[in-house]
Design a protein around this ligand. Sequence first.
Ligand SMILES: *Cc1c(COP(=O)(O)O)cnc(C)c1O
Length: 251
Amino acid sequence: MTADQIKDNFDKIRLDIANAEKASGRESGSVILCAVSKFHPVQSVLAAMDAGHFLFGENRVQEAFSKFTEINTMRPGKAQLHIIGSLQLNKVKKSVEIASCIQSVDREDLLKEIEKHASKLNKTMDVFLEIHTGEDSKSGYKDESELMASLQNLSSGLYPHIRATGLMTMAPFCDDEKIVRKSFSSLRELREKVNKSFPNLPIKELSMGMSGDYKIAIEEGSTMVRIGTALFGEREYNKPNDGNQTTAIWN
Ligand SMILES: *Cc1c(COP(=O)(O)O)cnc(C)c1O
């Protein structure tokens, strides 16, 4: 995709988001766009930056690390990166080095590991807790008591280098709007519950909505949409990668 096409896509998606905010009575600017650049080259990210966009999401740490190291060398201090894909413990160190936020925290082990590396770097990491709200996705907290235990630990100050600022989910990949909507509304309801039970945690963001369902997500209260395909085009999955050959659409 050319830089001009990418710029046009950003213009279009920004307008769509603004219209969706208006249509659902949301304040203008209340929805943040996270541009998912996974599988797309450095040039695509630079084109987005030329179009005035600076927040990106990547789900594979190895790819994100080499890409954004290069981008940060070319344009220091400009891009902001969120890790959005399910994470192995041995990828946490690089994630903490390259990203400002990990949106895909779905178990206590990850929190411990993030704290360890963030503390070494004397850095505070933002995290979103990923919640399993739909059948299709494998990732996300599934067990409410595990989630509550993690929130309790965050709330009691066990992880001083971690700031829990949001919840994230992926809706089931299906055409039934009711099912998709339910997944998003359940995340919103969970945030209310969490805010009540843990008022000292700054959990505010609802990261939900992708290229195919972001308008529904905005109607249901999303504060951050993660959009890849509608901005950068289809991904080419058969390129060489870090060994984690992917089959699923999410990966
Ligand atoms: C790839 C991915 C997206 C973006 O998906 P599109 O359908 O291309 O917009 C959003 N969230 C996560 C977690 C992803 O892995």
